[in-house]
Ligand binder design. Sequence first.
Ligand code: GUN
Ligand code: ZN
Length: 427
Amino acid sequence: MKAYRASILRFAPDHSAIFEEDGLLVVGPDASGTRRVQAVGPYRTLGPKYPGLPVEHLPGRILAPGFVDMHIHYPQTDIIGSPADGLLPWLENYTFPAEKQFSAPAHAEEVARFFVAELLRNGVTTALAFATSHPASVNALFAEAQKNHMRLITGKVLQDRNSPDGVRDDTEQSLLDTEALIQRWHGVDRLGYAITPRFAPTSTPAQLRGAGALAAQYPEVWVQSHVAENLGEIAWAKELFPDARSYLGVYADFGLLRPRAVYAHCIHFDDADRALMRDTGTVAAISPTSNLFLGSGFFDYEGADRIGFGYGLASDVGGGTSFSPFHTMRAAYYVGREGQTKPGLSLSPQNLWWQHTAGAAKALGLDGVVGNLAVGCEADFLVLNPQATPLLARKAARAQSLDELLFGLIILADDRAVERTVISQAK
Ligand code: GUN
Ligand code: ZN
């Protein structure tokens, strides 16, 4: 067992933040060796209960839950910041050429190494990631995450049509590969598998039907895809699936909406789509830097909350522009300002932070497992330095409330504020 003394940020079940100015976080291994939060609270009252326990004192620092990134593409690491007129030309001109290269295991392994290191350096300790259509790309990322004891969920992309040579897969083989990868990796250490149809326009009905059958056969496995991101994409989906009620309805028709199904974007929805999300337990991975960069639109927070479906934040690198959860929370604030309602929302800093930690964990079905520093959670946490830059230090010194402190970090911080990322399994 070991304890850390510093300020501590965590979240209550009602999504509000709990902040100990001078707190103590006690972590220790469970029977399987995973380090979990054993106790958390004020140093003054908790300290005396643990006489003789080694305490690392980190004055001026904040211990915070590791961030949870609900949607990111590891093969797009090298195409961040590639400009295009919008989603479809961006896929054709940058994404597919970059993803073709992942047929070479050595390339996949090199990018996976950089990617996992970059996530951890930015304070992301759990991620749901796309690989490519090549099974070797999945093996490379799982192996690297396993080496770093990181909680990571990924899967082989399914795309058997409207995709160029080199990334297009074969319907039958793609489903065999998916099942073999589930059996090899799902539930191994901290790894999880996600059945990953890229999006409806690049899969045949047969491939989506097969993916839905696997989703029913393996209910504990995740499902991830994209939906209602861009108007051109939506028109294309309508052309290919004219009988579906909506773009989201395509996935419903193939059994791909269920708990642990995570759809990136979910921008251009109507209330029937929102109700379908809610009623099936499907959740949204809101990807604000990507939506601003590709000009896709603005996630409607008011609509999501009014109908009541789950969501959390995601970087969507490389459509997204940063690995930093601070950049993503900042962009989510801008998106809330735009909103669909008049006047736009001013999302609170506590809510933005929740969306990228406990809220994202809850949306992934990992409530009480990661994304918080409540007793029993896996001890993935960050040591944040709110004085990491001269401007951050000025801002932190003037903060009159928790909201002001957190908002200063959301607006001004980046990887420089993440002094240390602690993973719940000793290396
Ligand atoms: N839709 C289908 N594929 C992709 C992708 O790689 N990125 C984004 N942002 N949208 C997609
Ligand atoms: Zn994406």
